[in-house]
Structures are given as structure tokens and as C-alpha cells.
Write a protein that binds this ligand. Structure first.
Ligand SMILES: C[S@@+](CC[C@H](N)C(=O)[O-])C[C@H]1O[C@@H](n2cnc3c(N)ncnc32)[C@H](O)[C@@H]1O
Length: 178
């Protein structure tokens, strides 16, 4: 793995096959900007690629992906390859929540000239999915008396609030006087 960096070591660049990286030596990343990367990966390597990226994410990561979506043609299927948002969800939803930030389309004439029926570029933001146990722990109020929300092994209120289903369940239980 060839690496080079700035003198202050704030920026390092690696030149290597992503699938042959020494993952341990890289550490974790707060932010990933996936620009023309997932769309360039071979279809058969996508699961492997997602596994690599997920292993590199720090706990409170932000992962930005730009994708292209179109109906592949017999004469052209990329790269950039067609990456429907549902596919990103399938690859990453075990640990990420997904938000579509922007969807843009090219002018109709350009799309027709390229031979596509549609061509959409999408910016997606992936953020940590709260672990299931937050929901389970947050539903503890069914016990009597209700334990406080803040404490060892309990989610911080911000995390409890972040999950609308949990919040709804808590509100519902509270309104029933439990
Ligand atoms: C379309 S280019 C995008 C480059 C850059 N991110 C940009 O936005 O201009 C896709 C890049 O992915 C690189 N690539 C594809 N498979 C790779 C792999 N297994 N490991 C590392 N790089 C890979 C290619 O060499 C190419 O430089």
C-alpha cells in the first residue's frame, strides 16, 4: 500500500486496491465522501466494498455518497453504473440511516442524446443507525415504577428522541398513564 501525506500529517493519500488495504492501520474515519466510487465498483464487488467502508466508519460518522440512476442500455451500463437508492439502502441500512439530500436530472435533450429514458444524480447522506437496543431499553417504562431515561445502560434523551417510533411508543404509553 503506497501512502503519502502532508508534513503536518493532517492529510494522507493511499494508492492501493481498496480490497487489499491494511484496514487496521487506517483507523476510523468521521467522514467519507464517496464521489464516483460506489458507482465505479464492479457489481460483484459491491457487498465487499460496503463491508470495507462500514469497517472504516467512526461511531458518529457522516457518509456522503453521490450516485447515478438510469436504465442501463445494452451498449452502456457504466461506469458510472446504475445505483438505485434502494440498493444503497440494501448495502448499508444494517448500520446506516439514509437521507436523500438532492436529486438532479440532466436536461431532457442531453438525456435523449445519451439514449437514456431518465438520468438522475443523487446525493445521499448516511448517518449511524441507532442500535436496536435503544428502542428496547427506551420501552422499559412499561415496568413499574418507570425508570429514568438517563443513567448507566440507558440511552441519552437525545438518542431516544432521535427515534420517532420509540418516541411515539413512549408518548403513547405515557398517555395511558403507565
Ligand atoms: C470514476 S473514478 C472517480 C475518481 C474520483 N473519486 C473522482 O471523483 O474524480 C473511480 C475511481 O475508482 C478507482 N477504483 C476502482 N476500483 C478500485 C479499487 N478496488 N480500489 C481502489 N480504487 C478503485 C478507479 O481507479 C478510479 O480512479
Amino acid at each position: 500500500m503506497a501512502a503519502m501525506g502532508t508534513e503536518d500529517d493532517r492529510l494522507r493519500m493511499y494508492c492501493c486496491d481498496i480490497f487489499k488495504m491494511d484496514m487496521e492501520s487506517l483507523g476510523k474515519f468521521d467522514a467519507v465522501w464517496d464521489r464516483a466510487s460506489l458507482v465505479a465498483i464492479y457489481e460483484e464487488d459491491r457487498e465487499k466494498y460496503a463491508k470495507v467502508i462500514k469497517a472504516l466508519l467512526a461511531p458518529d460518522f457522516r457518509y456522503l455518497i453521490s450516485t447515478t440512476q438510469y436504465t442501463p442500455l445494452e451498449v452502456y451500463s457504466g461506469p458510472p453504473r446504475n445505483i438505485p437508492t434502494a440498493l444503497v439502502e440494501k448495502l448499508f441500512s444494517d448500520v446506516c440511516e439514509l437521507q436523500v439530500l438532492e436529486e438532479t436530472t440532466r436536461p431532457k435533450e442531453v438525456i435523449e442524446q445519451w439514449g437514456f429514458d431518465y438520468y438522475v444524480e443523487t446525493a445521499l447522506l448516511l448517518t449511524p443507525r441507532p442500535p436496536d437496543y435503544y428502542s428496547r431499553v427506551a420501552l422499559i417504562p412499561v415496568q413499574h415504577p418507570s425508570p429514568p431515561f438517563v443513567g448507566p445502560g440507558r440511552p441519552h434523551p437525545r438518542q431516544a428522541r432521535a427515534d420517532p417510533n420509540t418516541r411515539q411508543a413512549i408518548d403513547c404509553l405515557s398517555s395511558q398513564g403507565r
